[in-house]
Design a protein around this ligand. Structure first.
Ligand code: CP
Ligand code: NVA
Length: 310
């Protein structure tokens, strides 16, 4: 049987995502109450990081420990990947030893090539084009504070990057209107945009994007791998900072999200991310719970669906 992968949000259907999100809430309660929940005892996750990480690494590693399993950290610097061993060979070898693999990389195609040769589930821990694990945490956080996203308006302000692409997919799946405010030349992926034209609108004015929005979110102006474009991007994104004034144009009960790490004074003003509407710390914590639920789903759902009945 071919393993299920989670390379983009669309790899799970709406029912499956709802299931994972419900289970994430249960796992959060169990964790907070100190109730053991070792459903993945004996399972091993391999984590390949070709880019830096704080949240993704710690949430996956801590999550596997809490589920009774283990995680192994690998990077190109200290594995044969960095010395040119083909991704396809690495996938075939690792997947004979591990139960699941998480990869953070540059080209999304690397993940697809790895997954094509892997006997075990592969999870996208961020690529240049997608960050689906972050979306699980974002949606969980919004649901905890405001309920469902269906019929709501979400404003993305800033770069049309990997996070923005995953928000576009989420808009189609969870049935919300996504207004993307980005400068010309920094639009999100055109194919995903075309696939979600009924749900996604590109505007140039952040004020237009946030009007009536229940959720306002942004991300860094220069993503990992774009460090040399920092100065140019600071110029291009001037006027795209999420400020208190901008938040005041959103819905009265709007919340603010940011996948982190954040740059106060660039994409977001300090009084927004540190202010009352910000739920970024719950969002960050939810990486742990949502990914534990995802790991359970990918490792257990196919073999013992009854274990996972909500
Ligand atoms: N949001 C996120 O993925 O954070 P890290 O880069 O720290 O993993
Ligand atoms: N867009 C950012 C997200 C970091 C979690 C990046 O790719 O660097």
């Amino acid at each position: 049987m071919r393993p299920r992968h989670f390379l983009t949000l669309n790899d799970l259907d709406r029912n499956e995502l709802d299931f994972v999100l419900r289970r994430a809430g249960e796992l959060k309660r169990l964790q907070h109450q100190g109730v053991p929940h070792e459903s993945l005892r004996g399972k091993v996750l391999g984590m390949v990081f070709e880019k830096s990480s704080t949240r993704t690494r710690v949430s996956f590693e801590a999550g596997m420990a809490q589920l009774g399993g283990n995680a192994i950290f690998l990077s190109p610097r200290d594995s044969q990947l960095g010395r040119g061993e083909p991704v396809e060979d690495t996938a075939r070898v690792l997947s004979r030893m591990l139960d699941v693999v998480m990869i953070r990389t540059f080209a999304h195609e690397t993940l697809e090539r790895f997954a094509a040769y892997s006997q075990v589930p592969v999870i996208n821990g961020l690529s240049d084009d997608h960050h689906p694990c972050q979306l699980l945490a974002d949606i969980q956080a919004f649901q905890e504070h405001r309920g469902g996203l269906a019929g709501r308006t979400v404003a993305w302000v800033g770069d049309g990057n990997n996070m923005c692409n995953s928000y576009m997919e989420a808009a189609g799946i969870f049935d919300f209107q996504l207004n993307v405010a980005c400068p010309e030349g920094f639009d999100p992926d055109q194919t995903l945009l075309q696939a979600n034209t009924e749900r996604v609108r590109i505007v140039r004015d952040p004020r237009e994007a946030v009007a009536g929005a229940s959720l306002v979110t942004t991300d860094v102006w220069a993503s990992m791998g774009q460090e040399e474009e920092q100065a140019e991007r600071e110029r291009a994104f001037a006027g795209y900072q999420v400020t208190r004034e901008l938040m005041n144009l959103a819905a009265d009960d709007a919340v603010f999200l940011h996948c982190l790490p954040a740059h106060r004074g660039e994409e977001v003003a300090a009084d927004v991310i540190d202010g009352e509407q910000s739920i970024v710390w719950d969002q960050a914590e939810n990486r742990l719970h949502a990914q534990k639920a995802l790991l359970e789903f990918l490792l257990l759902a196919e073999t013992s669906p009854r274990t996972l009945q909500a």
